[in-house]
Design a protein around this ligand. Structure first.
Ligand code: F6P
Length: 256
């Protein structure tokens, strides 16, 4: 029955929270590798959880990353019934994704569906160091970078290292390096091995991994059995997170 299934899922969430040592775990039924709508359900669960963490006393600045999972979060976003002020910003500059999957795109979609404010980072991925240094000094960009640093909530995805490197058209050199160093996870522009050790990072502006420790609420959304190893590796170095995942990933992690 549906009730029995839901009870099973909440037991599973408890077990996973304990195993990973994270702040909290939410699991949606199904496996997003197999059924597309499961990713949308994770999106819906992420939106619900995000709203639980919104503050009614201070302005909520929410920094987000890109990817298909985050695009699903954006697709399920809705206005806040309590009208708490929200501003969406991209967490980091470009990471080599196509326009559809960029943090800027996800950020503007989320804001439009939430009927709230947003700011984008207009810095191209590949510019000379000289141009880059000048650009981050531009008042409009400086302003957004300050907002990003002040974010009280970060919502981000996790990917498999190899899949992400290929999707971003990484050089053969980088692909080989990731292979040699046994990279299994990617999040936030950082690549990790199975122990959660950083093996490579994409140099870009915005939040750096260390900054996450200062952020009040970090909501991580990733599912599908294929991401089990990546999730496991990532949380080893960032355990103080709220994980939104699916049954496919959860079962695989619990078995391992
Ligand atoms: O590139 C942005 C990003 O959030 C990565 O940090 C992450 O690994 C990836 O997207 C996840 O993508 P998807 O949700 O499509 O698996």
């Amino acid at each position: 029955s549906v009730m029995a299934e839901l009870a099973g899922i909440s037991d599973m969430a408890k077990a996973l929270k304990e195993k990973l040592g994270v702040r909290d775990v939410v699991i949606v039924p199904g496996d997003s590798d197999q059924t597309f709508w499961v990713q949308r359900d994770m999106g819906r669960a992420t939106v619900a959880r995000l709203k639980r963490e919104l503050s009614s006393s201070v302005h909520n600045t929410i920094a987000v990353t890109g990817g298909t999972t985050m695009a699903s979060v954006a697709a399920m976003m809705s206005p806040d019934k309590e009208n708490r002020p929200m501003t969406f910003v991209p967490a980091r500059g470009g990471l080599g994704e196509t326009l559809e999957l960029q943090a800027n795109t996800v950020c503007s979609r989320m804001a439009s569906r939430a009927q709230s404010d947003y700011h984008l980072l207009h810095i191209p991925d590949m510019v000379s160091k000289e141009t880059f240094v000048k650009m981050v000094e531009e008042p409009s960009i400086k302003n957004v970078l300050q907002m990003i640093r002040d974010a009280s909530i970060v919502v981000h995805g996790i990917g498999e290292a190899k899949t992400m490197a290929k999707r971003r058209r990484a050089s053969t050199e980088l692909l080989e390096q990731l292979e040699t160093e046994h990279a299994v996870a990617e999040a936030f522009g950082y690549y990790f091995d199975r122990d959660g050790k950083i093996v490579h990072r994409v140099k870009t502006v915005g939040l750096q991994l260390d900054d996450l420790k200062q952020v009040e609420h970090v909501i991580v959304v990733a599912g599908g059995h294929s991401k089990a190893e990546a999730i496991n590796a990532y949380v080893k170095q960032s355990p103080d997170i709220i994980l939104i995942t699916d049954e496919g990933a959860a079962t695989t992690i619990l078995k391992g």
